[in-house]
Design a protein around this ligand. Structure first.
Ligand SMILES: Cc1cc2nc3c(=O)[nH]c(=O)nc-3n(C[C@H](O)[C@H](O)[C@H](O)COP(=O)(O)O)c2cc1C
Length: 451
């Protein structure tokens, strides 16, 4: 018996079935659903041979092939690193000229094909550079906007003191790497890219005053702090012009919730600039590793369901053409339709709910369900993010099979016995991660758990 999130009101899903037209590329998403980026951490990882790291694998393709049967208008990949060193985790998919090979290009073509295997959804690759959020076990002194160290720990690992990028490095390395990776995925068969400028990653480090203490043309005023994202857009468009129909979007925070962090008014200005320059879409999120915001931080968001509803509504109100996706907290058709009707967004990004149930959008659109499967740990990001990582791993273990459907092998964390066993394994897994991290060993992968 599957338990679902209780619904306040039964609502028609018709609004969610409406297509979305991207204003610059003119491409059309068949409906308003987008699978949000969820890092997988299962790409090849051979530390002694960097050229063999970061290949998308057949297992990963299994999961995306299943997702093409899930009813999404847009499928976003998990973050793909555009710098061979500055990963969010060992096991990230990587694109970088220094490690390119015909084999990698072939693997990427298969990867892109998996995103298109069963449906006409759009396939978008998320491109990222972790900057100061690169685990210390990978890089002792990562790059950043300035030398402000991240004093936090994830999976038992801290973060080293960063160094500020020089202007030459910003141009020749950062801008170049994002544009190179965009062209790479374009050549592989993706429909577009999303540059990751949210959650405290390198591009967000430039935008935020918490981490940007520069005094040159990339620091100080908001215009200066936002410069890099605009330069990356222009560099991508130089390689892949608008006429190709290639989609370029950006994920950004609507608010950072930390000292000197990005405020909603800053995001309003930035989004207007993204619209002016020609980005096709913005995906709004919030928080960083320093201040995780993937849970309800106030009473008002509980009733609105989406964590960043009020910020998104404020931002969308000043925009005219650019498409706004909102991600974080959506669990019911009522919450999703309300967000669109009340002008908070055009599209709905889904993260954790769809790792438990890959075809949630299809079930919503057919009228079969009104809400996501209940997750008792939804308000605990530590547990729920691990649950999602494990569920993605479970989805990767078998190829798509028409008869068995897309959710075969995925655990139901509502089941008490499963939850107890899983939590016990998670305690052991966290202890192991801590031990390895303390020994300076990068952690690849996720908690592998089979029901
Ligand atoms: C396991 C996991 C991995 C994630 N990886 C990424 C990522 O690679 N890039 C990104 O922008 N956000 C990432 N996120 C954040 C999600 O895209 C999303 O913003 C967040 O989960 C809130 O949405 P939800 O409430 O629907 O889960 C991740 C979240 C989870 C749980």
């Amino acid at each position: 018996m599957v338990h679902r999130v209780p619904v306040q009101e039964t609502v028609s899903p018709a609004k969610l079935a409406e297509p979305i037209t991207f204003p610059t590329s003119n491409r059309i998403a068949k409906n308003r659903f987008m699978k949000a980026a969820l890092t997988e951490r299962v790409a090849t990882w051979i530390p002694d041979d960097r050229k063999k790291c970061g290949f998308p694998t057949t297992d990963l393709c299994n999961m995306y092939e299943k997702l093409t049967h899930g009813g999404f208008g847009v499928l976003l990949s998990g973050n793909i690193a555009v710098d061979a060193n500055h990963l969010e985790s060992a096991g990230n998919v990587i694109i970088h000229h220094s490690i390119d090979s015909p084999e990698r290009r072939e693997a990427f073509k298969c990867y892109a094909a998996a995103f298109k295997a069963g449906s006409d959804n759009l396939a978008i690759a998320q491109l990222s550079n972790a900057g100061r959020q690169t685990p210390r076990a990978l890089v002792e002194h990562p790059i950043s906007a300035s030398d402000v160290q991240l004093l936090a720990m994830r999976r038992g690992c801290g973060y080293g003191k960063p160094r500020a990028l020089t202007i030459e490095e910003i141009h020749k390395t950062v801008v170049h790497d994002f544009a190179y990776a965009a062209k790479y995925v374009y050549d592989s068969g993706f429909d577009g890219v999303q540059i990751h400028s949210a959650h405290g990653y390198l591009l967000a480090q430039f935008v935020s005053e918490t981490t940007n203490k520069r005094t040159d043309q990339y620091g100080g005023s908001l215009k200066n702090r936002n410069r890099l994202n605009l330069e990356i857009y222009e560099a991508i468009r130089r390689l892949i012009p608008v006429e190709t129909g290639f989609i370029v979007g950006i994920k950004m925070n609507s608010k950072e919730f930390q000292v000197d962090g990005l405020e909603c008014d800053d995001a309003v200005y930035m989004c207007k600039e993204y619209e002016r320059i020609g980005f096709d879409f913005i995906e709004l999120s919030g928080g960083t590793i320093e201040k995780v915001a993937f849970q309800h931080l106030s009473e008002s968001t509980i009733s609105r369901e989406a964590f960043f509803f009020e910020f998104s509504a404020k931002i969308k109100a000043v925009l005219t053409t650019i498409i706004v996706y909102l991600t974080g907290g959506f669990r019911t058709v009522h919450g999703m339709v309300k967000a669109i009707e009340q002008g908070a967004c055009d599209g709905i990004g889904l993260g954790r709910p769809i790792t438990a149930e890959i075809d949630l959008p299809a079930k919503i659109l057919s009228g079969e369900v009104q809400s996501a499967i209940l997750n008792p740990y939804d308000q605990d990001y530590n547990i729920s993010s691990n649950v999602s990582s494990t569920q993605m791993w479970q989805a990767q273990q078998t190829p798509y099979n028409t008869e068995k459907g897309v959710n075969v092998g995925i655990m139901d964390i509502n089941d008490e016995e499963t939850a107890e066993k899983y939590k016990a394994e998670l305690v052991k897994y966290n202890a192991k991660c801590f031990e390895l991290s303390q020994a300076g060993v990068p952690i690849k992968g996720v908690l592998e758990f089979q029901v």
